[in-house]
Design a protein around this ligand. Sequence first.
Ligand SMILES: C[S@@+](CC[C@H](N)C(=O)[O-])C[C@H]1O[C@@H](n2cnc3c(N)ncnc32)[C@H](O)[C@@H]1O
Length: 213
Amino acid sequence: MSSEEEDESVIGTKEYWDTLYEGELNNFNEFGDEGEIWFGKYILTKLVDAVCRLVIDKETTTILDIGTGNGHVIQRLLSRGYVHLTGIDYSEKSIELARTQIGSNIQFQVIDMTASDTSLLDHFDIGIDKGTLDAILLCSSDQRKAKREAYVATVHRHIKNLLFLISCNWTRNELLEFFQPKFSLECEIETPTMSFGGRQGKTVTFLVFKRND
Ligand SMILES: C[S@@+](CC[C@H](N)C(=O)[O-])C[C@H]1O[C@@H](n2cnc3c(N)ncnc32)[C@H](O)[C@@H]1O
């Protein structure tokens, strides 16, 4: 089995996310549990701080949370004063959970970022992806290239300025290869490094891309 095939996972299936968010919805309704914070609170704070540094106009900038999950990125941005926030996910259960947790003043939509037709989705100044491209690319290896290209094309169609992207499965150079020439690197945000066998590496890569015309 090749390393690409080994990377296949249930995390790459919609059934996995539907089941997870159904459980989170029950936990929220019963115990008020806010659910899992993907990559943890430290990375979430890094993300929100980076958005606050680079996206100054909180009143007019439109922001899309790509693969919103339980909506906690949107909740944090709301609490930091951002107004025009939209969350999308291909799991109906995610959207139900995020709507239940956050309320009706925020736009949520069921959208598959790898679908060929995403015309129901609006256009946004900023896109945020925390772990969604990772999940998409855990599909079967024969679909991976097509899904990656479809994802990048969708983001390019709908995001007008910056894309904040956090990944634990792909390195900086791999991500640059995926997104160029449609996007170029605006900056890299520092994340913790770890050493193993005398080599240093990152557990999470955090890049900000700028859309090219
Ligand atoms: C690792 S979770 C991250 C969720 C959220 N961004 C967070 O930080 O907690 C990946 C999310 O991507 C969503 N997802 C996976 N494939 C998708 C696709 N093709 N289109 C839209 N959302 C997708 C999943 O339903 C899940 O909510």
